[in-house]
Write a protein that binds this ligand. Structure first.
Ligand code: ASP
Length: 315
C-alpha cells in the first residue's frame, strides 16, 4: 500500500473549518485511491484498534459507512444504541463518554443534536473523536465525500460553480461544504426561502439567492438539501407542496442551470419535497449513489489519517 502524506496535525476530526487546501486535497486523493479498490480494500491499518459508534440521532448512511470502513480496516467496532443505553436513564454525554473511554477505544464516532458536542467531548477523552454530525454545525466526512465524488467525476473544484439549495439554516452539511468548497476555490451560491438562510451567511463567502431561477443560472452542480424538520419549530416553511413548487428541483427547472449540470443529495431524500423522484433516480444526472459509495472510502481515509496522526502526536 502506498504511503499517505496527510498534512494533518490533530488527533480529532471535528470539522472542516480551518482545514487547509493541502490537507483536504490529500484526504480526497487518498479516498479516491481506496475507492478504486472497492471490494478489494480489506487492510490491517486498524488491527488491534477499537472503534465505537455513538449516535444520538438517526443515521443510515453515516453509521453503516463508518462501520464498513472500520471493519474493512480490521478494527473491532462497537455500535452503541442510544435507545437502550443509560443515556435514557439520564446519564450526561460526558459521563457516557467517560464510561466508554475507560474501555480504551481508539476512536469514538459521535453524532449528536447539539452543535459543538464533538469538540466538547474531545476535551474529556483520550481517544480520537470523529464528528459524524453535530446539530447544525458540521458534518466533515460528508463534505469530504461530496468533494471526492466531484473530483472523481473529473470536475475541478477550483472555479466550480455550485449551488446549495434548500434548508441552509439547519444544515451541518451546508456549513461543512461551504467551508470546504470555498477553501478549494469553488464559487458557492445558496438558494432557499429567507426563513431558511442564515442572516449573515455572505460572510462565509457565498452568494445568496431567494429564488430558484436566478440561483440555478450557470451552476455546474446543484447540491439539494432536505428540510431538517427535526430542527424547526414549524413556522419556517409553508406546506411541503408549496415548498416543492418554489424550491423543489426536477428535470425541468434543472434546465435553468448549465447544460449537463449534475445534482447531489446527502440523503435521506424526501422525494416530491426537495427533489423530484425521476431526477433522484436518473443516474446520468444524480450522483447520489456515488456519494454513498464514496462515503466508505472517505471514512477509511479519515480513520487512516487519524491513526497515523495519533501515532505521531502521542508518541
Ligand atoms: N444525513 C445528513 C445529516 O446528517 C443530511 C440530512 O440528514 O439531511 O446531516
Amino acid at each position: 500500500m502506498d504511503n499517505f502524506n496527510y498534512y494533518f496535525d490533530n488527533i480529532h476530526l471535528l470539522g472542516i473549518q480551518g482545514m487547509n487546501k493541502k490537507t483536504i486535497q490529500s484526504i480526497l486523493e487518498r479516498a479516491q485511491y481506496f475507492n478504486q479498490k472497492k471490494k478489494n480494500r480489506k487492510n490491517k491499518i486498524l488491527k488491534d484498534s477499537l472503534v465505537i459508534n455513538l449516535f444520538f440521532e438517526n443515521s443510515t448512511r453515516t453509521k453503516a459507512s463508518f462501520e464498513i470502513a472500520a471493519k474493512s480496516m480490521s478494527a473491532d467496532i462497537l455500535n452503541i444504541s442510544v435507545s437502550s443505553s443509560s443515556i435514557k436513564k439520564g446519564e450526561t454525554l460526558i459521563d457516557t463518554a467517560a464510561t466508554l473511554n475507560a474501555m480504551h477505544p481508539d476512536f469514538l464516532i459521535l453524532r449528536h443534536p447539539n452543535s459543538g458536542a464533538a469538540e466538547m467531548l474531545s476535551k474529556h477523552v483520550e481517544c480520537s473523536i470523529i464528528n459524524a454530525g453535530d446539530g447544525r454545525h458540521e458534518h466533515p466526512t460528508q463534505a469530504l465525500l461530496d468533494a471526492a465524488v466531484i473530483k472523481e467525476e473529473g470536475i475541478n473544484l477550483e472555479g466550480l460553480k455550485i449551488a446549495i439549495c434548500g434548508d441552509i439554516l439547519n444544515s451541518r452539511v451546508a456549513r461543512s461544504n461551504i467551508y470546504l468548497l470555498t477553501t478549494m476555490g469553488a464559487q458557492v451560491s445558496v438558494i432557499g426561502p429567507p426563513t431558511l438562510i442564515p442572516k449573515d451567511i455572505e460572510r462565509m463567502g457565498v452568494k445568496v439567492f431567494f429564488d430558484l431561477n436566478s440561483g440555478l443560472k450557470s451552476s455546474d452542480i446543484i447540491m439539494i438539501l432536505r428540510l431538517q424538520n427535526e430542527r424547526m419549530d414549524g413556522s419556517e416553511t409553508p406546506s411541503k407542496r408549496e415548498y416543492y413548487s418554489f424550491f423543489g428541483i426536477n428535470e425541468n427547472n434543472l434546465k435553468l442551470a448549465k447544460k449537463n449540470a449534475l445534482v447531489m443529495h446527502p440523503g435521506p431524500m424526501n422525494r416530491g419535497v426537495e427533489i423530484a423522484s425521476l431526477l433522484a433516480d436518473n443516474n446520468e444526472i444524480s450522483l447520489v449513489k456515488k456519494q454513498v459509495e464514496m462515503g466508505v472510502s472517505v471514512r477509511i481515509a479519515c480513520l487512516e489519517m487519524l491513526k497515523l496522526s495519533r501515532n505521531k502526536l502521542l508518541k
